[in-house]
Design a binder for this molecule. Sequence first.
Ligand code: HEM
Ligand code: HEM
Length: 163
Amino acid sequence: MAKPTGYSRLQIFLHWSIAALVVFQLFFNQAMQHAFSNRLDGERLEQFDGALLHMIAGLTILALAIVRVTIRTTRGTPPAHKNIPAILNWLAHGTHMLLYGFIFAMPLTGAAAWFLGLEFAAELHEIGRLVLVPVIGFHVLGALAEHFVFRNNSLKRMLRATD
Ligand code: HEM
Ligand code: HEM
């Protein structure tokens, strides 16, 4: 399959909307934790509105992730940058694959915890957060380094569509 020269409008929209929702989830989860512990203790559910918002945002991420991966496999992605060391391109690719894994794993473990009452899934969900936060930090640093140090079009091509 011939590689496109950049990301499409839809790919860019999906990247930034998923990124915003993931950051939202990382900050707003206290009500969900509260409701989950009420549920495990067999108590009345408190702060259910906040918990519902966490569930809806999380399941929206899952739906968008499915669309995103489908488009990625059909349309493809632009080629790796030539002006950075191969090891950095490899690291960037590995980070992207991990992030793809997380936008599926986080909603699925969260849903398994809530809908099936699996405490083990809740633990995985919690561990997921501990790994996801530094991975996102590394990804953002990488994007900034490509833009300001290597001065390639990495960030620009995730902001401006080619079709
Ligand atoms: C990408 C999507 C998601 C992210 C990034 C995310 C993130 C988080 C975070 C950071 C916590 C707090 C964990 C902790 O420190 O204890 C949490 C808790 C929780 N989330 Fe999510 N979540 C996502 C999707 C979902 C979905 C779709 C559901 C359910 C339908 C869900 C259910 C839960 C539950 C039940 C807890 C409480 C777990 C506990 O207290 O042990 N999450 N989530
Ligand atoms: C909020 C700050 C973020 C910035 C500044 C940022 C920036 C970028 C940039 C510039 C690219 C394009 C790399 C290239 O093709 O050269 C990219 C790709 C990517 N980003 Fe982000 N990102 C952010 C957050 C996130 C988050 C939160 C996620 C998911 C959890 C994410 C997942 C991805 C993935 C999977 C790719 C690879 C796309 C592909 O080629 O298939 N990003 N990001």
